[in-house]
Design a protein around this ligand. Structure first.
Ligand code: DHB
Length: 540
């Protein structure tokens, strides 16, 4: 298994990522994957023969014809289980098959796009957009008093460093656009390699060292105009700037520059990063409670000075990005400081990466990441549970005026749903955006809406912060729902069953043919033997 992952990481990784971002269902020898870009479900099947496993497919099954299967794919909301199973399977089954069949992700994609051209349906129809407007629940939210058309947007970090990248986010269904964390001057960051993705798709590491274009770039009129186009003008989509000064003085200077910038009114919020783990020799501020208080006190002073002067220098609402906390006492200490500064801090973004993690390459017997002795921030699906706990805990400890934005391991509508249930007002997407690109915002938003339709929720408030206590009744209901989903799944796989029966019948036929052949030869040999022994008998 280890060898397999190491030998063919790129193909396996591609497929894993592809599957991780799409709904899929599977049986023993088949996987069905929804591809929203084509009007079909993609089927991969494999059979076991003498020379090993042989991949059959991919095959496009029109949604129209495969109504049962299609509804099973749609109904399958147990993303976590299914996605994990599929991911695991992609290594054990699909990866070893791919070299033999010469199937690569690129071929797979082009295969899909050929069929897309032939498909009479438009792309929009091909995605699973519910037909009636009652099936489009409202995913808007209000964060620190700023209206967001969608509660899902990007985290500062991947794909947010340039105006071109920010423009793609602005043009997607993301509810806001947040810049890369800025320092006073532009900087190139740590040497490469500074990022790494686990082959199973569950975790990523980064130690980028804050590569960014400097504060002047992120608040310039040309960057904002290029990134936001029309969005920034009538506040259709908020533009937010993240700051990560290397010193307190740097942070104060950047705030002052925003306050006096002609673009100040186009910046809807500032997110102060108190959690960057990758500046060598600098502590993670959020873990140093004294320093955290000191910084917020100084920042409050800049806000007061500007907001009380008559020069129209009002600063936009402030949020702070926090590191993950793991201890109840630390949660309480951090919450006390934030509550003390509740007039300043309008939201927290929780969590940043789990700092100073390490991934080791067994072949080179060295870390994958070159700088900082390989220590780097951990992100991706593996950190979702820590994010959920941080959101839940902070929501219960913070003053109601401070919103909580959930970040960490979000890759599906279900992840967003869970974070909102835990108390998040909005959700940021980092690693999934990094891997899948800005189209993830559209997909995740649609998945969230589908869950809301199923649960008959029409707006975020219907379930925000409404996580229930564990109960026997709840656990029983959950078991029942899972059973129902399994049944739907089994009923919906006539093609797979028929084909697997055909495949096993063919194998049995070959077996019986061989057996008959062997028996015929055996009988012939025995006959010949018997006849010659008769001949040898002495005649009386
Ligand atoms: C970087 C990493 C972070 O986790 C963060 O919050 C800001 C910057 C980086 O290494 O570039």
């Amino acid at each position: 298994m280890l060898l397999l992952q190491q030998q063919r990481p790129s193909r396996a990784k591609h497929l894993t990522r592809y599957q991780a971002s799409h709904r899929s269902v599977q049986s023993d020898n088949t996987v069905f994957i929804e591809d929203p870009s084509v009007d079909a479900i993609i089927r991969y099947r494999w059979i076991q023969n003498e020379s090993g496993r042989k991949l059959l497919g991919p095959l496009l099954l029109p949604k129209k014809k495969e109504k049962n299967l299609w509804s099973a794919v749609c109904a399958n909301r147990r993303y976590e289980t299914v996605v994990t199973v599929i991911k695991d399977m992609s290594f054990r089954y699909l990866a070893p098959l791919m070299p033999t069949t010469k199937l690569s992700h690129a071929i797979f994609r082009s295969f899909c796009s050929q069929n897309k051209t032939r498909s009479p349906k438009s792309n929009k129809q091909a995605t699973m957009a519910p037909s009636s407007s009652s099936e489009h629940p409202d995913v808007s939210t209000s964060l620190a008093g700023i209206p967001l058309s969608s509660c899902i947007y990007n985290a500062s970090g991947p794909r947010s460093g340039t105006a071109a990248a920010l423009q793609k986010i602005a043009q997607s269904k993301a509810g806001a656009v947040l810049s890369k964390s800025a320092t006073v001057d532009s900087q190139t960051g740590n040497p490469l390699p500074r990022t790494w993705h686990a082959p199973d798709g569950l975790a990523s590491l980064n130690s980028e060292g804050l590569p960014n274009n400097g504060i002047a770039y992120y608040i310039s009129a040309s960057t904002i105009a290029e990134a936001m186009g029309e969005c920034s003008d009538n506040n259709k989509k908020p533009y937010m700037v993240s700051l990560s000064g290397k010193t307190l003085a740097d942070n104060l200077q950047m705030l002052q520059r925003i306050a006096t910038s002609p673009t100040r009114s186009k910046i809807s919020a500032i997110e102060l990063n108190l959690a960057c783990p990758n500046v060598i020799g600098k502590p993670i501020i959020g873990f140093d409670f004294e320093q955290m208080d000191e910084i917020l006190t100084a920042v409050a002073q800049v806000y007061n000075d500007n907001n009380n002067d008559n020069n129209n220098h009002q600063l936009p609402p402030l949020g702070v990005k926090l590191p993950p906390y793991l201890d109840f006492q630390h949660f309480a200490l951090a919450a006390d400081i934030l509550n003390k500064h509740k007039d300043l801090v309008r939201y927290i973004a929780s969590i940043n990466t789990i700092g100073n993690s390490l991934a080791i390459d067994v072949y080179s017997e060295a870390p994958y990441i070159s700088s900082n002795s390989g220590f780097a921030g951990l992100s991706g699906p593996a950190v979702k549970y820590t994010a959920l706990a941080n959101v839940r805990k902070f929501r219960s400890l913070l003053d109601a005026s401070i919103d909580v934005v959930g970040v960490g391991g979000v890759q599906s509508g279900q992840d967003v749903f869970e974070l909102i249930l835990a108390g998040a007002t909005a959700v940021q997407v980092a690693t999934c955006h990094w891997i899948e690109g800005p189209k993830c915002f559209d997909r995740i938003c649609q998945e969230l809406q589908e869950i809301m339709v199923e649960k008959k929720y029409t707006k975020i408030e219907d379930f925000k912060g409404k996580l229930k206590e564990w109960s026997k009744e709840g656990a029983n209901l959950s078991r029942l729902r899972k059973k129902e989903a399994d049944t739907t799944l089994k009923e919906a796989q006539p093609t797979a069953t028929t084909t697997s029966v055909t495949a096993s019948t063919a194998a049995e036929l070959t077996f019986y043919k061989t057996l008959c052949g062997v028996l015929v030869i055996l009988v012939a040999v025995l006959c010949a033997d018997w006849r010659s022994s008769i001949k040898l008998l002495p005649t009386e």
